[in-house]
Design a protein. Structure first.
Length: 69
């Protein structure tokens, strides 16, 4: 087993996650008026609370596995 190689892979995973996090903190897309998944309108309050939001609460909950209580 090559531990150096494994450490390299772990580092790359960390970097990818850090980049993904930075992208989420700075959304480039405007909030969607309707859910990308089911087409339900996304409430204005939710769009203001989550800039760049693309999913309604139900679909977001499904995609994140219970992030929202
Ligand atoms: Zn939806």
């Amino acid at each position: 087993m090559d531990f150096g190689d494994q450490a390299q892979k772990i580092n790359e995973a960390h970097l990818a996650r850090a980049i993904a996090g930075a992208r989420m903190a700075e959304p480039s897309a405007p909030s969607a008026a309707e859910c990308r998944e089911c087409g339900e309108p996304i409430p204005q309050r939710r769009r203001e609370a989550m800039p760049g939001v693309q999913l309604c609460l139900d679909c977001q909950r499904e995609s994140e596995g219970g992030f929202w209580p």
